[in-house]
Design a protein around this ligand. Sequence first.
Ligand code: CO
Ligand code: CO
Ligand code: CO
Length: 296
Amino acid sequence: MGDDAGVYEYGGAVWVHTVDFITPVLNDPYLWGAVSATNSLSDVYAMGGVPVSALAVVGFNNCDLEVDVFKEVMRGAVDKLREAKTVLLGGHTIDDKEPKFGLAVAGVCPDGRYVTQSGARPGQLVVLTKPIGTGVLIKGMKEGLLNEEDIAEAVENMLTLNDRASELMKSVEATACTDVTGFGLLGHAWNVCKNSEVGMRIHFENVPIYPQAVELVKKKLFPKGASDNLNFVYRHLRSELEHWKLILLSDPVTSGGLLFTVDRDKREELEGKAKELGVKVWIVGEVTGSSELEVL
Ligand code: CO
Ligand code: CO
Ligand code: CO
């Protein structure tokens, strides 16, 4: 698997292109639109790029009732794009029973520099910028066990652009970066390992997880994507941890944070700069010379 976005050099600029769309994750259509836009923009930020323009990718039921809902979704997305200083140039809609919404985004790397998933080096720290568990929380909402107010912190984080996290990652000269989304922390960590030909050691205790997600997973309530993700990395995984902990680390995240690797001697600089930019950081593990994902 390649990087988060395609990189292309043209006309003296380095362009980053990506597309992402999702099914509804929240009951409020405005918030769903905003979260989906944040999620779609994230791949540009993960490569160290700055988004410039976007096209909407929409699957929606064309009946009258749905039109107002759709307007709210668009309003949420446009507000988020404005925040990201990105223009919406157009889009395309198809008739679809299960609604889908997302963006194709074009961005540039201002100084011609971009960060891929292939630069991780043994000994580096592995840094994460948002908690995980949104997949489990969304499942909990769909099952009627939680409502949007219960998961306000997660909603807030899903709505947070990775723009400042990207600035942080570049300022401390991260050598590999991705964003944590559908494949879960372990899936995305493994992609970095594979692309960089290294291993990683993740410390469960250091991984930020929404408390309600922990409770639900302990009650065996989680989306199928979590077990699919765990199966995906299983052959490369070494861990004595209980199954529910590994399921949590495989949670299919929506609009998650950045996961990047940085030299150990940058730790102080990382923490200082993170505070300055208002980005939360968790050091969740380290890069190893092995070719496996070790979870302690
Ligand atoms: Co990505
Ligand atoms: Co993506
Ligand atoms: Co068209």
